[in-house]
Design a protein around this ligand. Structure first.
Ligand code: ADP
Length: 227
């Protein structure tokens, strides 16, 4: 579903963030990119939705080179979840989630209804829909971020350290919730983390990156070698 073919990224200042890297993310599975800060995880992920263009090689989504896709159309099929949920501070939770279906031409009523369903799907009580983001805990905000990413029902989800800013206990709950959701919705997920335990827990496949954007290992969690 997502394929990186000899992908390379060199920024204008000469930094090589990704060094000829090939891997594929099987449809309906979670693949995790793990490695220390600065090893190219975010760069790699952002090439999938064309926020960053590769300097060499190809990125395919659903068998098509992303360069042949209109970026806006491509992004409708790709949900994006980041570390600090990135919610609109002046809209309540329900409206944060409903923004996406509204943009896609649903009526206000339909969009609100869908937002309510998504709230439930990510394990939040309906009452929370009326609150503003600042009135939620970090873990709750991340759940809203996931719900918003799911609002367009995208086949692909990009998740960039989505649970890193919450405390370890909450993080475990969020991880379990993601696995449950994944089981139910069957999305193709590319998940970035610097936490190897998180990678092992969530990934069907784990890609371990090393400084300079080198792929050190690419295996199922049970087959990873200790480093
Ligand atoms: P990670 O997500 O693993 O922390 P990044 O993909 O953010 O890594 O960054 C990889 C490397 O590219 C780092 O050395 C970083 O400093 C560098 N980098 C990221 N963005 C830019 C940019 N816009 N210009 C120059 N260098 C960048």
């Amino acid at each position: 579903m997502i394929e990186f073919q000899a992908v390379r990224k060199e920024y204008q200042n000469g930094t090589v963030a990704v060094h000829e890297l090939s891997l594929s993310v099987r449809t309906g599975t979670i693949t995790v990119l793990v490695g220390p800060s600065g090893c190219g995880k975010t760069t790699l992920m952002r090439m999938v939705n064309r926020m960053i263009e590769p300097s060499g090689g190809k990125v395919l989504v659903g068998g098509t080179d992303v360069r042949e896709r209109d970026p806006a159309e491509l992004r409708r099929g790709i949900g994006y979840v980041i570390q600090q949920a990135g919610l609109f501070p002046h809209r309540n939770v329900l409206d944060n989630i409903a923004t996406v279906p509204l943009l896609h031409g649903r009526s206000k009523q339909e969009a609100r209804k869908r937002a309510g369903e998504l709230l439930e799907l990510v394990g939040l009580q309906p009452e929370l829909g009326k609150r503003y983001p600042a009135q939620l805990s970090g873990g709750q905000q991340q759940r809203v971020g996931v719900a918003r990413a799911l609002a367009a029902d995208p086949p692909v989800l990009l998740m960039d350290e989505p649970f890193s800013a919450v405390d370890p206990v909450v993080r475990e709950g969020l991880q379990d919730e993601l696995l449950r959701l994944q089981d139910e919705l069957d999305k193709t997920v590319l998940f970035v983390t610097h936490d190897i335990d998180e990678a092992i827990k969530l990934g069907e496949k784990v890609a371990v990156l090393r400084q300079g954007g080198h792929l050190a290992q690419y295996a199922e969690p049970d087959d990873l070698l200790a480093e």
